[in-house]
Design a binder for this molecule. Structure first.
Ligand code: WT7
Length: 654
């Protein structure tokens, strides 16, 4: 519990300035408390009113909530809408010429797109998809660089009712194949190559490699956006260029009218088993969560220039790039590249250039930019900023203070937003014109989010005590099911231990005497590397799939930039390697994991043993491995260990 203690020493508190509070959408604690009370007292009409206010319905819903098949909840389920219509068409009467997207390419070229232009592009592409026979309910995998077309592709799927599943462009062929297969995708949308940090990323080649693997027969077409002059291997009849597909297509496309509960997308995320979970989100409930939280948490104003640096391959890039900002008619920056290219001032120069008002990024990016140039922001005019945000992992108070003072000039509230792929939208985060912030805390739940911290029996714990973070009432943007695995959904998120009543987030947390939430970490075998979830089992399965490997166990160790780094303990089929041999095999295995899953899962550290530390009943002693990975003195009881001599082997680095 050392993290708990050290974090609770943090007593600094930063209320919004009077000026910020006065202009805020939710202004002052009284307004926040009133909303919370409304939600507490009239939970369903609270959400029903918001759904009528935030969403434009083709046919209004008559019922807010249906729990007759709990935990498979339904919201607004006889309502009819289209998400893309809500994100684009409804802004056209008043704001057709407002800039929707400011795109900055890796090399620095800037393109601007109005809502009218976005509408035409989405419609043309949607018509293109229809011309291939893609229909409502079909699954489409999107494997794209962070360019305007990625958003066009997602919006076009939403427009025709196809269910998109975006796969992060850094994932490898194996990961792409698994997702295509699990979703039964009929098409893949990709680019010939991506551009990041001055280098090309071979996206189409990776898709080709994935489709050459077994089990991808569902895919009929691959649509290829030409991002670079680089060529692409071509399969006639299957592959089609984006520009050919859209050529001559109408710039109008009647939206497919969808039921509120029709799935909008599937997004895969890691869990504690080897198989990623296809998180299935609804149309209306998800849209409501994304749109309303965007308005509240980012205190959205029509003149804002919003910039969320997340890739569309993650949930953050869904809710706060593709859906939330567009549903509000916002202007936002889209960035193709990386924060360190051409140098570590890229973010700051872009904030200055585009006069960004609201900037949302990950603690890992903040930490790496502090390392590479803590003084760089001072060389830029960042006075356009009025609000900052973080997401993905707890932010350490030092990084928070730097972000607050050096980037925000001591003027901008920081919204530390706790949420997950499964929750679809921010759950615990300060409403910046009301809630005072504290460095390292995500503060208080949004109105309508009934969060608590409980012990094994489901009873709330006292302030300052750690426990399981749960959400006690279903809410509109919550995951509906795991694609193709309803049973796993139920067991993972609504476990019997809590009588199936609470949504179990999988995080441990505590609350301080003011009711503020402090996230402590995951309770399952999930690592958080650079703000992204990686299942230890998934990496272990990848390692064991290598012909040299007999057994592997993966744990995390603290890393000052990435938050957590991957450490793998490996037993080879042959002898335990030493010296140069060990180095060579370690490199080989690191590359193997990068190839099997993606670079993000690559172990920083591989240790070889003749065996793994196991109890007499054969259980791998993970807590012990975590201590070894951190280089700690071993204080655990090792008397039950079958083979104590291997500990010294595993303590040796390669
Ligand atoms: C897990 C969810 C939500 C989009 C990005 C990650 C951790 C997320 C915070 C935060 C502390 C956080 C949790 C959570 N997490 N935000 N503000 N403070 N921890 O989405 O991949 O679904 O991961 O990220 O552990 O469960 P994800």
């Amino acid at each position: 519990m050392s993290t708990l203690e050290s974090i609770l020493k943090e007593t600094r508190s930063f209320p919004p300035s009077d000026e910020f509070r006065r202009k805020a959408t939710v202004s002052g604690m009284e307004a926040y408390n009133t909303l919370c009370e409304e939600a507490d007292d009239h939970y369903l009409s609270f959400w029903g009113d918001l759904a009528r206010e935030m969403i434009s319905w083709k046919k209004p819903f008559s019922r807010v909530f249906d729990d007759s098949n709990a935990p498979f909840f339904k919201w607004f389920d006889d309502g009819v809408l289209n998400v893309s219509h809500n994100c684009i068409d409804r802004h056209l009467p008043l704001n057709a010429n407002k800039i929707a997207l400011i795109f900055e390419a890796d090399g620095g070229e800037v393109t601007r797109l109005t809502y009218a232009e976005l509408y035409h592009r989405v419609c043309q592409f949607a018509n293109g998809l229809k011309s291939l026979g893609i229909q409502k309910g079909d699954r489409v995998v999107i494997y794209m660089p962070m360019v305007v077309e990625a958003i066009v592709a997602m919006q076009a799927c939403a427009r025709i009712g196809a269910i998109h599943s975006v796969v992060f462009g850094g994932f490898s062929a194996g990961a792409v194949r698994d997702r295509i297969q699990d979703a039964g995708a009929v098409a893949v949308i990709t680019a010939n190559e991506g551009l990041r940090g001055g280098k090309t990323v071979p996206l189409k080649a990776t898709v080709d490699e994935a489709l050459a693997l077994e089990g991808c027969d569902s895919v009929k077409n691959v649509i290829v956006y030409q991002r670079t002059n680089g060529g692409a291997h071509w399969v006639e009849g299957r592959d089609i260029w984006w520009h050919k597909l859209t050529e001559g297509q109408s710039e109008h496309c009647e939206p497919e009218w969808m039921n509120a509960e029709d799935p909008l997308f599937i997004l895969y995320t890691s869990g504690s088993t080897g198989k990623p979970k296809g998180i299935q989100h609804s149309s209306a409930g998800y849209l409501l969560g994304a749109a309303n939280s965007f308005r509240w948490v980012f205190d959205y104003k029509p003149n804002d220039v919003f910039w969320c640096t997340a890739d569309v391959g993650w949930i953050t890039g869904h809710s706060y790039v593709c859906y939330g900002p567009l549903a509000n008619g916002a202007t936002q920056v889209i960035f193709e590249g990386v924060p360190t290219y051409p140098d570590a001032s890229r973010f700051w120069s872009m904030i200055e250039k585009h006069k960004v008002t609201t900037f949302y990024t990950a603690p890992t990016a903040i930490r790496s930019l502090i390392k590479l140039g803590a003084d760089l922001p001072k060389q830029y005019d960042l006075s356009s900023l009025r609000l900052l945000g973080t997401v993905g992992e707890p932010i350490n108070p030092e990084a928070w203070m730097w972000y607050y003072e050096v980037v925000g000039g001591g003027r901008c509230p920081i919204v530390d937003t706790w949420w997950q792929t499964e929750t679809g939208s921010a759950m615990i985060a300060p409403l910046p014109g009301a809630v005072a912030t504290k460095p390292g805390s995500c503060t208080l739940p949004l109105p309508g989010v009934i969060a608590d911290i409980v012990d094994e029996s489901g009873a709330p714990v006292e302030p300052g005590r750690g426990g399981f973070l749960v959400i006690k009432k279903p809410f509109p943007s919550l995951v509906r099911t795991i694609w193709g695995d309803a049973d796993r959904f139920k067991k993972t998120y609504f476990p019997e231990e809590f009588n199936g009543q609470y949504y179990l987030a999988g995080d441990s947390a505590n609350r301080d005497e003011n009711g503020y939430f402090w996230i402590m970490g995951r309770i399952d075998d999930v690592l958080n590397v650079s703000g992204h979830r990686l299942g230890t089992m998934e990496i272990e399965s990848a390692l064991v799939a290598n012909p040299l490997v007999a057994e592997a166990a993966v744990v995390g160790k603290p890393h000052d930039v990435k938050g957590e780094a991957v450490v793998a303990f490996v037993v080879l089929k042959g002898n335990r390697p030493e010296g140069d041999d060990a180095k060579k095999i370690a490199t080989e295995l690191k590359n193997w994991v990068a190839h099997e899953i993606g670079k993000i899962a690559q172990p920083d550290d591989i240790r070889f043993g003749e065996n793994l530390p196991k109890t007499r009943s054969g259980k791998i002693m993970r807590r012990l491995l975590r201590s070894i990975a951190k280089g700690e003195e071993i204080s655990q009881d090792v008397s039950t260990l079958e083979n104590p001599h291997i500990l010294s082997q595993l303590q040796q680095g390669v």
